[in-house]
Design a protein around this ligand. Structure first.
Ligand code: 5GP
Length: 123
């Protein structure tokens, strides 16, 4: 499947510095920042700097270095927020892809949700 990437999406603008964000962590290939409308006390988004619409697009076309950095960044954000499973608090990681998921921003992002009991899986 060929993906078409909209360079005017809101996260592309954040990556270009055209819109401010509350940065949590920056790496060579990724940016982590707080969600503007948090669903939990800690709601952090991790995005690749590359132009990928969703997770399928990313794992199909990104380099191994980008994929490794993305996974490590997600893990670091969880740990640095103090929500490692080792602390007893825990977290939830979600990514939406495509219309049925209600994906709003067409640039891959993982939601890291933490800071309260989230109950059963959200649907
Ligand atoms: P999606 O529904 O695409 O999985 O999630 C998009 C997320 O991006 C939502 O949780 C929404 O609150 C967040 N969001 C949308 N616009 C902005 C923005 O300008 N800044 C930040 N930090 N988050 C945004």
């Amino acid at each position: 499947m060929a993906y078409s990437y909209d360079t005017e999406n809101i996260f592309a603008k954040i990556l270009r510095g055209e819109i401010p964000n509350d940065t949590v962590l920056e790496t060579e290939h990724c940016l982590a920042f707080r969600d503007i409308a948090p669903q939990t006390p800690d709601h952090i988004l991790v995005i690749p700097r590359g132009a990928y619409v969703n997770f399928d697009h990313f794992v199909t076309e990104a380099s191994d270095a980008e994929i490794l950095d993305f996974n490590r960044t997600v893990a670091r954000v969880c740990k640095e927020a103090g929500v490692s499973p080792d602390t007893g608090n825990g977290y939830r990681v979600i990514t939406n892809a495509g219309p049925d998921s209600m994906q709003e921003v067409p640039h891959l992002h993982f939601h890291i949700l933490a800071g309260r009991n989230m109950g059963a899986l959200l649907v």
